[in-house]
Ligand binder design. Sequence first.
Ligand code: SF4
Length: 281
Amino acid sequence: MEQWNLIIDVAKCHNCNNCFLACKDEYVGNNFPGYSAPQPLHGHKWFFIESCERGQMPMVEVAFRPITCNHCRQAPCVQQAAGDSVYQREDGIVIIDPDKARGRKEITNSCPYGVIWWNEQEQLAQKWNFDAHLLDQGHSQLRAEQVCPTGVFQSLKAEDHEMERIAEEQDLQVLRPELGTRPRVYYKNLDWFTKHYIGGTLVSEANGTAVAASGVTVRLEKDGVQIRSVQTDQFGDFKFDGLEYRSGDYTVRYPGSGHRETTVELIESIYLGVLNCSDPC
Ligand code: SF4
């Protein structure tokens, strides 16, 4: 049987928070019997956006990723809940039963992703339910999907083996795979949060003036072996992205009179500054 999945593209998120607002619009003050009790106006974030800053001035990048319930295949919230107060539907959606879960505050602490919120007024643990009440009425898109102006979200129904193929093909990742929860929420370009880069700017000097050296090949070596090469852009900038945190020493080689190189220990993303490749580049 096919199950619901959600793909979130980090590269497309601009932190506009429309998904957060759409979730508020859908659930605050609205009761969907069998699906969810009203979300309080304040305090709950069934969708929220995390940010990550990488690099150093002037080569700084900020990435954003929406966070919500992952509708895990092996969901700790389901495993730890008493009876069927939290359950997984055949279509993969994890529901906190708004009647059976009432008064069970311990459900709030069962999620390792921290996406369950306690509603004091309703005496109920709550989270995003994949807009199940809308899908069951025949809606083809999630609220977040409808309102996102940059197309960050893509919901799709697929069998697990098909989803594995899509994840492999599109290089999708999940949050904290080491937990073994097997989320149904997948991320594209998650490297923007988890990997690091070495960047710099090449200039050449002409008549005592430094000009951007564009189209120059820069090489990256590790342990004496070339692992990447890139060309500088029109501003003379280059960047080797997707490197592991604290992954040791790298050597950046660029042309010039003789052969130029800079060796750096990569701890986190680093900007090497303006490098003079002299003539002829
Ligand atoms: Fe349960 Fe948390 Fe997984 Fe959602 S993300 S299914 S609340 S364990």
